[in-house]
Design a protein around this ligand. Structure first.
Ligand SMILES: [Fe+2]
Length: 393
């Protein structure tokens, strides 16, 4: 068989395999193995053999351990069918040398988060970072006392030749959780009111300036936006003009992370999460497979009840089952839903609709806070490009 035919046959085979895996007809690829919290002797033995074993602790819940197993980069066909099935697409090493190339701004950012955790003002930091910006003008800062997680929100307006072209662009510094034992911070960039409806109504021109706000204040955005391999893959998965917006910088601290949720908002096509420094563990799978596991582990009797329970997601027993139960975590991992991300890794979370979406939860790993960026994927309108120079595809 010549090389081209061989490659095509391999691609077809891997596409078939991915389709069968996502349909649950074959065991999923196990990217990371799970160990129960009482597996201390196995953990010791693995570590003696030089394996990396990560404790999974989040806000007092001991979910066991994660052991990295498989970091094979998927074929484009496999990535496509996984994405189409509403399953997370794990892309180990996607960013290549970018975390090294952007090491200086990444380290600067980590030191900034440490200062902010110690009480420094966010507005002072942003003023320093945007001091000589050609377009972005300081518009005030405030703290929402009704939101216990919000630390400070800093507003800017965008000006072109003395004319304000977009206003009320903001960067919000907030604690990720309202918990004493989680010192994780995040910065979200958006515009207008905080409600989803407000940023959905923002024009793409405004969205473009919000994206510029993030990129100019935090140049390490370039590690993601400038990654040709990632942008090329996104162009295949989302074959229409799109933008990477509603940017969030994550500084997940030991013991922290996010509980199970989804990001299926109208208009949002998915999420692109990139680890720039340190590690995080992820539990992620499609809503339907998660619902199936709730039935299989006898949390509910039927798929209909499981899907409805996930839609509500406010029942204390379900929240506990999903987020604080090491046995359920083991089931998730056994179905290929556990991932360990290191610097340079990307995970894509498709949102094709409320029932066709990748659910996910995050656990911070390691001894110190890490750095990651998460961008929403949106259809892009022609007015976006005006504000988005340097943010090509
Ligand atoms: Fe999310």
């Amino acid at each position: 068989m010549d090389k081209r035919k061989h490659r095509r046959a391999q691609s077809v085979a891997s596409q078939r395999l991915a389709v069968l895996q996502t349909l649950g007809k074959l065991p999923a690829v196990i990217r990371a193995r799970h160990l129960h919290p009482d597996a201390a002797s196995i953990v010791r033995a693995l570590r003696q053999r030089g394996r990396r074993v990560w404790p999974l602790h989040r806000r007092g819940a001991n979910l066991g351990y994660a052991v990295e197993l498989d970091r094979t980069f998927p074929t484009t066909a496999a990535a496509q069918s996984t994405w189409n099935a509403g399953e997370p697409v794990f892309l180990p090493g996607m960013l290549g040398a970018s975390p090294t190339q952007f090491a200086a701004p990444i380290q600067t950012c980590l030191r900034m988060f440490d200062r902010l955790r110690a009480g420094d003002r966010f507005v002072d930091e942003l003023q320093r970072r945007l001091d000589d910006d050609q377009n972005l003008r300081y518009g005030g800062s405030k703290v929402d006392r009704t939101d216990p997680r919000e630390v400070e929100r800093v507003f800017v307006d965008a000006e072109v030749q003395g004319q304000v072209v977009a206003n009320d662009l903001w960067a919000k510094l907030a604690w990720i959780a309202n918990a004493e034992n989680d010192r994780s911070l995040r910065i979200r960039f958006s515009a207008g009111k905080d409600q989803i409806e407000a940023w959905m109504q923002a024009t793409d021109l405004t969205a473009g300036w919000v994206d510029q706000y993030a990129q100019r204040a935090f140049p390490e955005c370039g590690a993601i936006l400038g990654c040709r391999r990632l942008r090329d893959l996104l162009a295949i998965l989302i074959p229409r003009p799109h933008r990477l917006s509603e940017r969030i910088l994550y500084n997940n601290a030991p013991g922290g992370g996010a509980v199970f949720h989804h990001d299926a908002e109208p208009g949002q096509l998915g999420v692109c999460f990139c680890q720039l420094e340190g590690h995080t563990a992820w539990l992620s799978l499609s809503k339907r497979r998660l619902a199936k596991l709730l039935v299989r582990t006898h949390f509910v009797k039927t798929m209909t009840a499981a899907m409805a329970a996930l839609d509500q997601n406010d029942d204390a027993a379900l929240v506990r089952w999903l987020n604080r139960d090491a046995t359920f975590t083991a089931h998730l991992a056994a179905h290929g839903a556990l991932f360990v991300l290191q610097a340079g890794d990307t995970i894509l979370l498709p949102s094709h609709g409320i029932d066709e979406v990748a659910w996910h939860s995050v656990v911070a790993l390691g001894q110190r806070p890490s750095l990651a960026h998460s961008y929403g994927l949106f259809p892009r309108q022609p007015d976006y490009a005006m504000a988005a120079s340097g943010n090509d595809e």
